[in-house]
Design a protein around this ligand. Structure first.
Ligand SMILES: NC(=O)c1ccc[n+]([C@@H]2O[C@H](COP(=O)([O-])OP(=O)(O)OC[C@H]3O[C@@H](n4cnc5c(N)ncnc54)[C@H](O)[C@@H]3O)[C@@H](O)[C@H]2O)c1
Length: 436
C-alpha cells in the first residue's frame, strides 16, 4: 500500500519505518525541516533501540522517504496517518492545534478517496473534528478512523512489529477493511485486531493509560504509608503482584511517573470528565497523587540536610523519564532538580543518552558528566532517578571514595539496601524501612 505519515516523532517514525518494512511505500512528513534533513541522511533524531537500522534499511530500499510537503505526501496515499503531538494546554486539556493544522494540510492535498487515520492520542470526539476540518478544505471523499498507538518508548519496535493488540475504530467499513489488510502481516499467529466505533477507540487509549498510571500511584501511596509503618513495600509489591487477578506489571513504586504520555493523558482525561460533568474522581486523584509523590521525594532529600541544601552538592543518576529512551518530557528528574536547586544545592547529573536534551532545556542549572562517578565527586547525596542497567549495581567502594557524604536516595528501589549500608552508605528508598 501507499501510505503517508504526518509527524515524524517517536510514533510517526516507528509507524512509517514499521509499515515500510512490511513492503509498503511510506512517505513520512514533518514541519521541522532540520528533522527531515537528518532523516534523509539516515539519522534518527531521538534514541529508540533498533530504529536507525530499520529506517536506514527501508530508506535505502526506496520504500521510506521523507518530506516537509504534506500535499505531496498525501497525493498518492491510500491511507494517511496523523501522528503529530497532542501536548497539554495550560489548563490540562489536550492541545489539538497541531492535529488540526495537519488535518487541514492533508485535506488540501487530497486528490483521490483516502482513509485518514488518527494515531495521536486525542480526546473523544476528535475524529469528528478531523472530519469537519478536512471537509472544509476539500470536496474529495475520504473516510476517518482511529488507530491509537500503544507502543512503549524504549521497546517501540517490538510493540509495533509484534503488537499485543491493534485497535481500529471507525464507522466506515471500507476504512476498517483497509486497516485490517495493512496490519495482517504483523498478526500471523493470531488475529489481535479489535474493531470498534471511532469514539470507543479514542477512549480506549486514555482508559489504558489511566489504568496503568493508577496502579503506579496506588503503589506509591502505599509506599508512603510503608515508610511510616516500617513495612517493606517491595515485599508487598511481590505479594500483590503474584495474585493472577492483579499481575506484576506496573506495580513498581518509585519517585512518580513521568514521560510524554501518562501525565498529559491523565490531565486530558480529567478535562474530558469535567467538560462532560462526569466526576472522574480516581483520575483526578492519580494526577494529584503523582505530583505529591514527586514533591515528597524531593522534600525528603532537603529534610535530610535540615531544610536547606545551601553549599550541598547533589548528584542525579538518570535523567530520562525511563531507561532506553532519551525522552525527558515530564521526567521526574526535572522536578527533583528544580526542587533541590531551589533549596540551594548545586546539581551534577549523569545519563547515558539524555544529557543533550537536559542541557538544551536547563542550561547552567545542572553540570552534566559523561560518567556517573564523576557526577558523584564531592556529592552530599547520590540520587537515582532512572533505573538504567548500568546504574543498578554501583561499585559502592568506588562511590564511597568519591562522595563527600555517603548518602543515597534510590528513587526506583533498585539498589540493595543491605549492600549499600554495608559499604557505609545511608540508604533511603521508596517505602523501604530504615534499619533500627
Ligand atoms: N511517545 C510515545 O511513547 C507515544 C505512545 C503512544 C501514543 N503517543 C501519542 O502520539 C502522538 C505523537 O507523540 P510523539 O511522542 O511521537 O510526539 P513527538 O513530539 O515526538 O512528534 C511529533 C512530531 O510532529 C511534528 N509535527 C507537528 N505538527 C505537524 C504538522 N502540522 N505537520 C507535520 N508534522 C508536524 C513535530 O515537528 C514532531 O516532529 C501524541 O498524541 C502522543 O500522545 C505517543
Amino acid at each position: 500500500m501507499k501510505l503517508a505519515v504526518i509527524g515524524s516523532g517517536y510514533v510517526g517514525l516507528v509507524t512509517g519505518a514499521g509499515f515500510s518494512d512490511f513492503g509498503n511505500h511510506v512517505v513520512c512528513v514533518d514541519i521541522d525541516q532540520s528533522r527531515i534533513e537528518r532523516l534523509r541522511r539516515g539519522e534518527v533524531p531521538f534514541h529508540e533501540p533498533g530504529l536507525p537500522e530499520l529506517v536506514q534499511r527501508n530508506a535505502r530500499q526506496g520504500r521510506l522517504v521523507f518530506t516537509t510537503d504534506t500535499a505531496d505526501a498525501v497525493r498518492d496515499a491510500e491511507v494517511v496517518f496523523l501522528a503529530v503531538g497532542t501536548p497539554s494546554r495550560p489548563d490540562g486539556a489536550a492541545d489539538l492545534s497541531y492535529l488540526v493544522d495537519a488535518a487541514r494540510a492533508v485535506g488540501r492535498g487530497l486528490t483521490a478517496p483516502t482513509v485518514i487515520v488518527t494515531k495521536s492520542t486525542v480526546p473523544v470526539g476528535t475524529g469528528d473534528l478531523v472530519r469537519e476540518t478536512i471537509a472544509q478544505v476539500t470536496s474529495q471523499s475520504f473516510a476517518v478512523a482511529s488507530n491509537p498507538e500503544l507502543l512503549k518508548e524504549g521497546d517501540a519496535l517490538n510493540d509495533f512489529l509484534k503488537p499485543a493488540r491493534v485497535i481500529i475504530g471507525s464507522n466506515e467499513p471500507h476504512a476498517i477493511e483497509l486497516l485490517r489488510r495493512l496490519y495482517t502481516g504483523f498478526l500471523r499467529t493470531s488475529d489481535r485486531i479489535q474493531v470498534m466505533d471511532l469514539r470507543s477507540a479514542e477512549l480506549t487509549k486514555y482508559a489504558a493509560n489511566a489504568m496503568l498510571a493508577t496502579r503506579i500511584s496506588c503503589m506509591n501511596e502505599l509506599a508512603a504509608l510503608a515508610v511510616k509503618l516500617a513495612w517493606d513495600i517491595e515485599k508487598v509489591r511481590k505479594g500483590v503482584g503474584s495474585d493472577p487477578r492483579i499481575g506484576n506489571k506496573f506495580l513498581f513504586p518509585g519517585v512518580g511517573f513521568g514521560g510524554s504520555c501518562f501525565p498529559k493523558d491523565l490531565r486530558a482525561l480529567r478535562d474530558m470528565g469535567r467538560a462532560n460533568d462526569i466526576r472522574l474522581g480516581i483520575v483526578e486523584s492519580v494526577v494529584e497523587a503523582n505530583e505529591r509523590s514527586k514533591r515528597a521525594f524531593s522534600a525528603r532529600i532537603v529534610d535530610r540536610f535540615g531544610g536547606s541544601l545551601a553549599g550541598k552538592r547533589i548528584a542525579i543518576w538518570g535523567l530520562a523519564f525511563k531507561p532506553e529512551t532519551d525522552d525527558i518530557r515530564e521526567a521526574p528528574a526535572l522536578d527533583v532538580i528544580a526542587h533541590v536547586n531551589a533549596a540551594g544545592a548545586t546539581v551534577a547529573g549523569y545519563d547515558p543518552i539524555a544529557s543533550d536534551n537536559v542541557r538544551a532545556l536547563l542550561g547552567n542549572a545542572i553540570t552534566l558528566t559523561t560518567d556517573p562517578y564523576l557526577a558523584a565527586e564531592g556529592a552530599d547525596a547520590v540520587v537515582l532517578l532512572t533505573e538504567w542497567h548500568q546504574l543498578r549495581q554501583p561499585d559502592y567502594a568506588r562511590l564511597r571514595q568519591v562522595v563527600r557524604t555517603p548518602v543515597l536516595f534510590d528513587g526506583r528501589n533498585v539498589w540493595d539496601p543491605a549492600e549499600a549500608r554495608r559499604a557505609g552508605f545511608e540508604y533511603t528508598g521508596i517505602g523501604r524501612p530504615s534499619p533500627s
